[in-house]
Design a protein around this ligand. Structure first.
Ligand code: ADP
Length: 256
């Protein structure tokens, strides 16, 4: 089953074309990375998928059907840092979020457990480390028990311990059967955390597929099939802005 299937999505802000004909599929039960440098259109794409923004053209399906209200209920999102109350406990902050979502005590206990915060649930939010704060934000996004979780740059601004905690939590979610779609500008992060990747550059999809096939063991070297390479060379000839990508012998060096 495909959790999300995008068909030719375009979006402009005035004269800036943020997305230019983007199509790819997100398989179920995987961690799917949307990888690209700042300005490549990742946040715009997540905004469209989560109904914050409307595409100019193109379409997408959620859970193999129309992205209607029922399908959206199965999607948890964390696009911006939530406004938690610093002087309230983790539990009380989640209780407020749960009441807005019509969720109860069982859900709060479940998400605290998933995020590894049960023992600290009665500590004030302001005493939490950066990693714990982000784990609480992910816990809040999980209150509705969504099948898919959408995260925008989930480790941005965290210290190394926080980064490791959040990455571990994302892997744990995938192991428990959830699909995670996450934007990242870090190739290293995608290699460590994601099963599949879509690589974006200047609003276009460069390529997508399993991380093990698309990204080789060597950092920043992407291995492509001859067909991909031919397509890319065509793009390079018509889009000089992609010239930062140098190609040789089927190996591409992409500088983000
Ligand atoms: P990313 O998440 O990869 O950094 P964005 O989706 O934020 O990329 O941005 C894609 C392009 O769209 C960039 O050129 C950015 O400057 C532009 N953009 C994003 N949001 C807006 C906006 N609200 N108004 C005008 N331009 C925007």
């Amino acid at each position: 089953m495909s959790i999300l299937s995008l068909h030719n999505i375009t979006k402009s802000y005035g004269r800036i074309q943020a997305l230019n004909g983007v199509s790819f599929e997100v398989p179920a039960g995987s961690v799917f990375g949307i990888l690209g440098p700042n300005g490549s259109g990742k946040t715009t794409l997540l905004g469209i998928v989560t109904d914050v923004l409307k595409a100019d053209s193109g379409s997408f399906t959620l859970f193999d059907g129309s992205p209607d209200a029922d399908a959206r209920k199965k999607m948890g999102t964390l696009l911006e840092t939530p406004n938690f109350y610093h002087y309230l406990s983790a539990y009380d902050n989640l209780r407020i979020a749960a009441s807005i979502k019509g969720r109860g005590e069982d859900d709060i206990a479940r998400v605290l457990d998933i995020a590894g915060l049960t023992e600290r649930q009665h500590s004030k939010f302001k005493t939490f480390s950066l990693g714990m704060k982000q784990r609480l934000a992910i816990a809040s996004a999980l209150l509705g028990d969504p099948g898919v979780l959408v995260l925008d740059e989930p480790t941005n601004g965290l210290d190394p311990v926080g980064i490791a905690e959040v990455r571990n939590l994302i892997r744990k979610l995938a192991t428990s059967g959830k699909t995670v779609i996450m934007a990242s500008h870090l190739l290293d992060e995608v290699e460590k955390v994601c099963d599949h990747v879509a690589i974006m550059l200047k609003g276009k999809l460069l390529m997508s597929g399993p991380v093990s096939l698309v990204i080789s063991r060597e950092d920043y070297v992407l291995e492509l099939s001859a067909a991909d390479l031919e397509g890319l060379q065509q793009k390079l000839s018509t889009h000089p802005e992609l010239a930062s990508i140098a190609s040789s012998n089927g190996l591409l060096h992409v500088s983000f």
